[in-house]
Design a protein. Structure first.
Length: 578
């Protein structure tokens, strides 16, 4: 985890200064408590006046206030450190999940990915946070306490401190059981998450087939397994804490016996009430702190289990964690596809020898029969799939390298865009501080959105349930426009709109492409506006033809057939290909 921790050195420097000041200052409390106890004894014995207690009391309050201020600052910056690491780890995890090979993701079930993204990172960071905290709250303060105890009576100190190491030994012996139990609980929660997601997504089908009871029983089984394993992991992690503390406090007996002898003047040292009070107070604090080591061991073990689960997706965390903006492709880049070929593993080639180019500001359409690979071609252009032959370059760089480096070079709108349960404006901007209206206008949704009950602040419902199919598609299109990159790939964006809206949407797309210098590729089964495009790619017979509409009408029978079919009022099935 060093690549995530190292950039936080400034925050850790503040943690170090405040942590040392706080924990060294902790010895001031017991010392002043001892002086207060001795002064009270002197007042009761008539050896001092009551007014002499006031300066000591003020000093005690001031010392406690200063120590608590250092504690506040230390905890604040430890939390900042943990939050920064959490954000960096989740950003890298999400980034690498998006870039992961499909075959890698296919080996992971959805529940496991959800658990890794949501809880495993949190457990890792919590382990790091506790380790950072306990370095000071246990390590530094224990050294300070021990030095103070040795200064008062080293023989009594050594006798009393025989027991705390026993709690460390017990905690170390529990390492393997805690690790096994935590790993089993993590695996179980992944299975339960998968079952829960399947139950929700398939609710309608299970109800129609009369399988709701069966699925409910299976989910209850997974839930019971999770409860059992999580309980075992929590018991091993937390139930032994009182045992660790009791073992550490066994030395209190030696402190009481030896300390009493010292006060009576027959022990190893000459003590008064103040010395005994201070020594006993410091020892109890030391014993309690030493028992926290077991808790720290358990947190670290849980973090190690979670780290092993997410480590495959945390690569390139330091070097490639979102390259500098200066390296990102700029608008005005030419897209070059040369002799491109692709085949899914174990299958015949989907297409070969696909060559075409899209200049900045141009809009090129891609069409073909159902199953010819239009959507797959779009994914290849964005670097989501690796070609089996040929290359795809944006400017002078290969798109696979751009994607691997996390450079925002492409925007792709697929068949099933995800909408948030938020307002129209929020779905376009995603938190960006900007005006969504230009993008909504280009997507031909602005007028309709402004007529909604709350205008652009109208909630769209879960997944856009409050909108029509065409409105959902255009809202996703507006979001794509807002976050457009040098390369924009749209997969059948106008399939659910009427002809007039489609005409205006094409105009908005052409305006945006010319205005920003984007290379735009649109896959579509609706060819009415293809004659207006800068070029057309027609996939057919395992290859492709590219050129202006007029040339393809003359030289590509497949394209001419599709276009004439629609021109004469025929229908072409929606492309739901892989």
């Amino acid at each position: 985890m060093a690549p995530f921790v190292r950039p936080q050195w400034k925050v850790l420097a503040v943690v170090c200064v405040t942590g040392v000041a706080y924990n060294v200052g902790m010895v001031a409390g017991p010392w002043l408590e001892g002086l207060l106890a001795q002064r009270l004894a002197d007042i009761l014995a008539g050896r001092a006046v009551a007014a002499s207690m006031v300066p000591l009391a003020c000093a005690y309050v001031a010392a406690i206030a200063a120590v608590q201020l250092m504690r506040y600052l230390k905890r604040l910056y430890v939390r900042k450190f943990a939050n920064n690491v959490n954000r960096a780890m989740k950003r890298t995890l999400y980034h690498n999940l998006l870039l992961a090979d499909e075959r890698t993701l296919e080996r992971e079930d959805v529940g496991s990915l959800m658990t890794k993204a949501l809880s495993d990172v949190d457990d890792c960071v919590e382990g790091v946070r506790k380790f950072t905290t306990e370095i000071f709250d246990t390590g530094v303060v224990m050294v300070a306490y021990m030095a103070m105890l040795l200064a008062y009576d080293w023989r009594t100190t050594l006798l009393a401190l025989v027991f705390p190491p026993l709690s460390y030994v017990l905690a170390a012996r529990m390492k393997q059981p805690v690790t096994r139990a935590t790993a089993a609980a993590k695996q179980s929660v992944s299975g339960m998450a998968t079952a829960a997601l399947d139950r929700v997504e398939g609710a309608t089908s299970y109800r129609a087939l009369g399988l709701e009871g069966v699925r409910d029983r299976l989910f209850e089984r997974d839930l019971a397994d999770y409860e059992r394993k999580e309980t075992r992991a929590n018991v091993l992690s937390t139930a032994l804490m009182p045992v660790y503390q009791a073992i550490s406090l066994l030395g209190a007996g030696a402190v009481i016996v030896c300390g009493a002898r010292d006060v009576l003047g027959v022990g190893w040292a000459a003590w008064n009430v103040a010395a005994f009070t201070t020594f006993f107070s410091v020892f109890t604090k030391l014993a309690v702190k030493s028992s926290h080591a077991g808790k720290l061991f358990n947190a670290v073990q849980r973090a190690q289990v979670s780290w092993r689960r997410i480590q495959p997706y945390m690569g390139q965390a330091a070097a490639d964690d979102f390259a500098p903006a200066a390296e990102a492709p700029r608008f005005g880049q030419r897209l070059d596809v040369r002799d491109l070929g692709f085949a899914f593993p174990g299958e015949a080639p989907l297409f070969r020898h696909v060559t075409f180019a899209v200049a900045p500001g141009q809009v090129v359409g891609v069409t073909g029969d159902v199953g010819c690979g239009k959507s797959t071609l779009g994914r290849l252009l964005c670097g989501e799939l690796s070609p089996t032959a040929g290359s795809v370059r944006l400017g002078e760089r290969d798109v696979a390298t751009l994607r691997r480096r996390g450079l925002g070079f492409a925007s792709r709108l697929g068949h099933d865009p995800q909408l948030l349960d938020a307002s129209v404006a929020d779905n376009v901007l995603l938190g960006d501080d900007a005006d969504p209206r230009p993008d909504l206008r280009r997507a031909c949704l602005l007028a309709e959105a402004e007529r909604m009950p709350q205008g652009l602040r109208t909630p769209v419902g879960e997944g856009g349930a409050a909108l029509s199919g065409g409105q959902r598609a255009r809202l996703a299109l507006a979001r794509t426009y807002h976050f457009a990159r040098p390369l924009v790939v749209l997969d059948d964006p106008f399939a659910s709109v009427d002809l007039d809206t489609e005409r205006r949407a094409w105009q908005g797309l052409h305006e945006l492409a010319r205005e920003r210098g984007m290379a735009v590729v649109v896959t579509s089964h609706r060819l009415l506006h293809f004659p207006e495009l800068d070029g057309v790619v027609c996939l057919h017979d395992g290859t492709a033809s590219f050129g202006p509409h007029e040339r393809l009408m003359a030289e590509c029978p497949s394209y001419a057939r599709l276009f004439d079919l629609q021109a004469n009022g025929g229908e072409v099935d929606l492309d739901v290909e892989r």
